[in-house]
Write a protein that binds this ligand. Structure first.
Ligand SMILES: [Zn+2]
Length: 292
């Protein structure tokens, strides 16, 4: 059976690096957990896929958070990922529905709108670096390319795609990042641009047709020579737990806890994965004592 996987490698005899990822199951799980509409699935799926690609160059337990703060009806899309291939995320308005574009594609740009893309890296030494760039189109791949160019001075080509069926299921989600390395010639860059221009079909179609990430990669690269250096499993993973939410409750204090109680119990929901946690009155009283 196929599974989601991220591959890292080089191409054009070491003149460029690439990261390719299949996220079909990851995006389907996000859709199912949050009950997302098709355009919300495409927006969150593209952002989660881009997050996994950017997170692949992090070390240890470092993490990266991408926030699209647009003026469109989704009212914000958030994804968090790490180098272990774990990603989670949500949209503020999961049920947004918009007419398809003339091309027949989901109108992610209108759903996200215009505004800012904020990228925060949480490093091993505890420091957090945040870069903010204006969004180019809200279509997400273009916005991330702009971020990489202006904040990190790295020219990149990036494809992100999510294909949603009429029954709302995700049948293909994937991403490909290509970055020329120092020493790459004009001809190398031209070869990459030509290849991407020639593709004709979207990356979500290619992954839906392929039996494996390797097959998708062959279809994407065509005649360009490439090497695979590393492969990692990826998936939707949230780090929430009742213990973590208990700590949050303690931190909001006695008054905050009292405000949450209704019918002698309380329910807390994790934004990132939509898991529901129940707290009984007895548990809340205990936490309230700890909060003092
Ligand atoms: Zn969670």
């Amino acid at each position: 059976m196929q599974h989601d996987e991220l591959l890292i490698g080089t191409m054009l005899e070491g003149m460029a690096r690439w990261v390719a990822v299949r996220t079909t199951d990851t995006v389907e799980e996000a859709r199912r957990r949050h009950g997302l509409s098709p355009v919300a699935t495409a927006a969150l799926g593209r952002l989660m896929t881009g997050t996994l690609i950017l997170a692949s160059s992090l070390k240890g337990d470092e993490s990266i958070t991408l926030r699209l703060l647009g003026d469109g009806p989704l009212e914000g899309v958030v994804a968090v990922g790490n180098a272990q291939g774990e990603v989670r995320g949500y949209v503020h308005e999961p049920l947004v529905d918009l007419p398809l574009k003339v091309s027949g594609k989901l109108d992610v740009g209108s759903a996200v709108g215009r505004g800012e893309l904020a990228v925060s890296k949480s490093l091993q030494n505890g420091e957090v670096y945040t870069g903010v760039v204006p969004m180019v189109s809200g279509e997400i791949a273009e916005d991330l390319v702009q971020y990489l160019l202006t904040s990190e001075q790295i020219p990149s080509a990036l494809l992100l795609g999510v294909r949603v069926e009429k029954d709302y299921h995700v049948v293909g989600a994937a991403g490909l990042l290509i970055q020329p390395l120092p020493g790459a010639t004009e001809a190398d860059i031209q070869a990459i641009e030509n290849r991407i221009g020639q593709l004709g079909v979207g990356i979500s179609e290619l992954v839906a047709q392929s039996q494996s990430v390797d097959e998708m990669l062959e279809l994407l690269m065509g005649p360009l020579p490439y090497h695979v250096l590393e492969r990692r499993a990826v998936g939707f993973t949230c780090n929430c737990s009742k213990e973590r939410l208990s700590d949050t409750l303690v931190s909001i204090g006695k008054k905050g806890i009292a405000d949450l109680v209704s019918d002698e119990k309380a329910e807390m929901v994790c934004h990132f994965c939509n898991e529901h946690y129940q707290f009984t009155l007895e548990e809340l009283l205990q936490l309230s004592e700890q909060a003092e």
